[in-house]
Every structure is written in C-alpha cells, then in structure tokens.
Design a binder for this molecule. Structure first.
Ligand SMILES: Cc1cc2nc3c(=O)[nH]c(=O)nc-3n(C[C@H](O)[C@H](O)[C@H](O)COP(=O)(O)OP(=O)(O)OC[C@H]3O[C@@H](n4cnc5c(N)ncnc54)[C@H](O)[C@@H]3O)c2cc1C
Length: 453
C-alpha cells in the first residue's frame, strides 16, 4: 500500500461506479500495457491502472529475439531498438578458463529475428504504457488496486491513489498483470512458493565493465558461481547491469555489506574479473528474495492472469518479458472473443493455460540443471548433431511455444544429458546433492518466514 494511503484519514468508500469499461487491466508493466493496447485496438473500452508512475526502475533488462515480432505488432519495434543495445547472442563460460562459448541468435532452427535488445526497463515500460494511452486506453498512474470483487455482471476493483483518495473501477473483465505483487494470487490464496529454484538476487548498475568485442559487444554474459549464477548485461550509455542470483542464505548473511560483497564476488570470477576496470556501482543496488512461485489457477470466470502475476521462475534465460508479452497477446485475443461470446470462455482459457504452461516447461528443466556438472560440459561444448545446438539456441531466443522440430530435439538433448550422467555418476550425484541443498535451504528460509507464500 502507498505510504500516503497508509497514513490517510479514514475516508468514505467511493460510490459504486457504473460499468464504464469492458476490461480493467491492473499493472502497467509490459504484460499489462501490451494487453491493454491490443484490446483497445480491437475497439474495447479499457482502463489500465498502475500503482507507480513511469518512468520507474524495474529489473528484467535483457530481452529475447522472439519478442521483436511482438514489438512489431504493437508498433514499437523501432522505438525499442532506439532505446536499447543490440544483443546478438548469449555467452557462457567454456571449459577453458577465461574463454567463453557464444550461442548466436543467427543459429536458430527457424530464423525469425537474429537479435534482441537490452534496455533500461524504465524506458521500455514507459514506452509501452504511452503506447497504450495512444491506443485509447484510459491510463491511470499512482493508483494501487487493493481488492477485487466479482459479481454477476462483472468485476469491481477498489484501492487508493497515492494522495490517499479511494478509487473504484467497474468492468466486465479483469486482467491481472500485477507482476510479482500477484494481486489475485494473494487475494484468492492461489500463490505457491517454488522451492526448486534459486530465490534471491542482488543486482546493480555499474560503470567500468568492459564489453565483448565486435559483434559480441551486446551479448549477455552468464557466469556460474558456487551458489548460483551472475548476469552481465550491457545497457545504453556505457552502463552495465550485473546481478547475482543465489540461495537465500547467501544474501541473508551478507545484509549490510552488499556493495562490497558484490564487488568482491565479481572480482573473483574467472573471465569476468578481467573485464572489470575499476568497476563502480552507479545506481539501483537492490536485493530481492523469495521470488519463485506459481499460482495454482491462472484463469477464472471473468479474469485472467498475464506474465509474472501467474508464475515466476529463475530468470537465467531472460524469458520473463517475453513470456509476459506472449501471454498479453493471447490474453487480449481471448478476452476480446469472450466479451462477445461468454460461452467460449472455458475452452479458450484451457488452451491459454496449456500454452503458457508449455512455454515455462520448455525452460524449466534446463534451469533446474544449469549448475550441474554435465550441463556445464554440454553448454561449454555445444554440438550441432541433429541440429541440437540450434534447438538450444531457439529456446534461448524465446522460441517457447512452437513445436516445429524443437521439442523432439530438446528431448534428445535430455537423453544425451542423462547418458552423460550415467557415464559420470559421481558428478551427477554431486549435481543432485547441490539441488537438494538448495531445496532444503529454501525450506529452512520458509520456516523462518511464515508469511513467505
Ligand atoms: C532478478 C531478476 C532478474 C530478471 N531478469 C530478467 C531479464 O534479464 N529479462 C527478462 O525478460 N526478464 C527478467 N526478469 C523477469 C522480469 O522482470 C519479469 O518477468 C517481467 O517484468 C514481467 O512483466 P509483467 O508485466 O508481468 O510484470 P511487471 O513488469 O512486474 O509489471 C507489473 C506492474 O504492476 C504494477 N502493480 C503491481 N501491483 C499493482 C496493484 N495492486 N495495482 C496497480 N499496479 C500494480 C507494478 O508497479 C508494475 O509496474 C527478471 C526478474 C528478476 C527478479
């Protein structure tokens, strides 16, 4: 709740508003703004309510090539390219210390777009929010929705503006795009912690970090560390975003000395240390914890969740914004159809849920094993027999929803992974023990913080 709202004098609830909108979208991040824009362009009366005011900082700066056609559809592709750094690949440490292996986006199974963009999210989110406004959406900022109530005709949402005044909206349909705040997930008790993933992060914007050379200068670089992994994302104006994703214990022990801890950790990572040139933190040093979860239901009568409001897993493959944009496109089509023909709601929602789940499942298996010794080997020496490397690059590029030869190749990759595990049982068991250690750690963290759900 806004601090101002918390301090407000008790005020009378607002009168029940008329059914002024077809759709109320709560949350003005990429998922919410894209859903609202698409619905308004289909002639729907849409309100988009955001608790903050753009531009505002947000994490999630590395985008995926498969999002570029979605930006095109929204009419913002060129504008997104202008505010970002072009990313042509993702690099991971190779087996030789100091060297790295690049997964180039030109090497996908079905070339769609050979590059993505890395952005300051305050710029991207402001652009998408403004696009919604231009499309005719009634955009409201500095206003937090606190609860929703469904009735026979629609939904009523109430909350407070930053100045403490009560607000209420009525619409025929609700889109929950509130990100990790999970408005409906919390209100309906649907949110479940995911204990299998890393669940804390410490990140900041830096100066003094050298980029890769030539066509690789915009690459995202990923480094493994004992307790997790580190991202290095080149942003405009010489800024680099660096973040550590790790178990909750690591950050808890480091509270109070985060800046020096992060700088020390980076200086000890082979391959990254050589890229540091008197690194300085120039902004947004932040920690976040307990963030992996999924909701047990993501749709219902007159409502749908989009993006992080439905689920969030470890961000190692930078898929979050892409998942939110894809969900936005599909949710907007669904809601538009259902407003005309409510009888179709259940069937369309079933398809939506299936597709969203399939997308997350495609990356989930890889994320869970990313630090396992066999996975390190396979990522360090990618081979393209049966075009397996291209299938992996397709997944890294965000090709999460099509089949087109990707699925069987990823299954084959998994078989190869298990065969390597059998050949190196000791290493494989070490990987399993490492994953279980993390699960136990997260259980212990839960026990310490009962409200963690
Ligand atoms: C450490 C970390 C690193 C990440 N790195 C990447 C990355 O490199 N690439 C990537 O693609 N993704 C990354 N992500 C994920 C990415 O941040 C999200 O997946 C993405 O922002 C989801 O978009 P969204 O629109 O669903 O939610 P959000 O972008 O979170 O937007 C939700 C909006 O809703 C507003 N809101 C919330 N509650 C309310 C309310 N009650 N009333 C009104 N407004 C409300 C919020 O203020 C916010 O603006 C990362 C995440 C983390 C935690």
């Amino acid at each position: 709740m806004h601090a101002a709202a918390a301090a407000r004098v008790p005020s009378a609830p607002p009168p029940t508003p008329p059914l002024a909108y077809d759709v109320l979208v709560v949350g003005g991040g990429p998922g919410g703004s894209a859903t609202a824009t698409a619905l308004a362009r289909q002639g729907r009366r849409v309100a988009l309510v955001e608790k903050d005011r753009h531009p505002r900082f947000h994490i999630g700066e590395s985008l995926l090539p498969m999002s570029m056609p979605l930006f095109e559809e929204l009419g913002v592709r060129e504008a997104v390219e202008r505010i970002g750094v072009i990313k042509r690949g993702a690099d991971f440490p190779s087996a030789t210390p100091g060297e790295y292996t690049v997964f180039r986006f030109t090497r996908t199974l079905h070339p769609t777009c050979a590059y993505a963009v890395q952005v300051r999210r305050q710029d991207l989110d402001e652009l998408l929010f403004a696009t919604a406004r231009e499309a005719g959406v009634a955009t409201v900022q500095d206003t937090e929705i606190e609860s929703v109530r469904f009735d026979a005709d629609g939904v009523e949402a109430s909350g407070h503006a930053r100045d403490g005044s009560p607000v209420a909206f009525r619409a025929r349909y609700l889109v929950d795009a509130t990100g990790r705040d999970t408005l409906l997930g919390r209100q309906l008790g649907l949110k479940r912690r995911n204990r299998r993933f890393q669940s804390a992060a410490l990140f900041a914007h830096f100066e003094g970090v050298r980029r890769r050379e030539g066509e690789h200068e915009g690459n995202i670089s990923i480094y493994r560390v004992d307790d997790g992994w580190v991202w290095v994302i080149p942003l405009p104006d010489g800024i680099t975003s660096i973040g550590l994703v790790c178990g909750p214990d690591t950050l808890r022990q480091r509270a109070g000395e985060r800046e020096s801890f992060l700088l020390r950790l980076l200086a000890g990572i082979p391959g990254l240390a050589e890229r540091l040139d008197a690194p300085r933190i120039v902004g947004h040093l932040q920690a976040t914890g307990n963030y992996s979860y999924q909701c047990t239901r993501v749709v219902g009568r007159r409502w749908i969740m989009v993006g992080d409001s439905a689920a969030f897993i470890d961000p190692i493959f930078s898929a979050g914004v892409h998942v939110a944009l894809n969900a936005a496109q599909k949710a907007a089509r669904l809601v538009n159809t259902v407003l005309d023909d409510p009888a179709l709601e259940r069937r369309l929602q079933r398809d939506y849920v299936r597709e969203q789940r399939r997308g997350l499942e495609r990356v989930r298996w890889f994320i869970e094993r990313f630090n396992a010794p066999v996975m390190k080997q396979l990522f360090a020496h990618p081979r393209n027999d049966w075009r397996l490397e291209e299938a992996i690059v397709s997944m890294l590029a965000g090709d999460l929803y099509r089949d087109d030869g990707i699925v069987w190749r990823l299954r084959l990759f998994k078989l190869i992974y298990y065969a390597h595990c059998l050949a190196d049982l000791k290493g494989a068991l070490a990987g399993v023990r490492q994953r279980w250690k993390r699960v136990r750690e997260v259980f212990a963290a839960d026990a310490l913080s009962p409200g963690a759900r």
